[in-house]
Design a protein around this ligand. Structure first.
Ligand SMILES: [Zn+2]
Length: 222
């Protein structure tokens, strides 16, 4: 069985989300990828353009490139890994959106960066969400709930309260942010896989505080 998770994005776009069977080097080897860029992920809403001058491991949580044969790599263990793709211009972005990035609208920042730097038309953008922790297991405290309540007037549509605890639907917040920024609903692809529920397949920080990570790898094949 193929144990790398992938979407059918476009014929020249390689994209994979690794299971526990892979670390970064074995996944890159399997995919025959030699060059890649990383970020120093800091739960921010900082977006970089990875061009010829990109210095690896900049502080930030999203990056965009149109350079072929250089993969963008994001590491997660419960946070939302995402690919955004400008189908018209063949530009890819990779995003790490945990609760802080989601609260600070990193998806919106990334889309706006594509519009500003590449004149992307939001209607030509496609958004793909890979496995992350879902509302079945994403428990938050009142302090975090209150911060999201400030961002979202309709917070009750995204959070459920159970036994004095709150559970938040982070992917839905990201999706609705993307739609608000102009991405078409039918261009957004979600999944039902919760990394905590499926901690036998994926690393889940909430499950056992692991320091290991799943890797999202996306590349334009030149
Ligand atoms: Zn779950």
């Amino acid at each position: 069985m193929e144990k790398l998770i992938s979407y059918d994005i476009d014929k020249d776009i390689i994209n994979f989300f690794t299971t526990k069977e892979y670390d970064l080097s074995t996944a890159l080897k399997k995919l025959n990828i030699k060059n890649y860029f990383c970020l120093n992920q800091i739960h921010s809403n900082i977006v970089h353009i990875a061009d010829e001058n990109y210095q690896d491991k900049k502080d930030g949580d999203a990056f965009i490139t149109k350079i072929p044969n250089y993969a963008l790599v994001i590491r997660t263990a419960d946070c939302i890994p995402m690919v955004i793709y400008d189908k018209k211009q063949k530009i890819i972005g990779a995003i790490h959106s945990g609760w802080k990035g989601t609260l600070n609208s990193i998806i919106e920042k990334t889309i706006n960066s594509m519009i500003d730097n590449f004149s992307s038309n939001p209607k030509a953008l496609y958004l793909y969400l890979y496995p992350s922790i879902k509302k079945c297991h994403f428990e938050i405290g009142k302090d975090v709930y209150d911060q999201f309540a400030q961002k979202l007037a309709n917070i009750k549509e995204y959070a459920i309260k159970k036994n004095e605890k709150y559970y938040l639907d982070l992917p839905q917040i990201v999706i609705d942010d993307a739609i608000k920024t102009g991405v078409l609903k039918e261009h957004i692809f979600n999944n039902n896989v919760c990394t905590y529920c499926h901690n036998d397949i994926f690393y889940s920080y909430r499950y056992n505080h692991t320091d290991k990570r799943n890797y999202l790898i996306v590349m334009i094949k030149g």
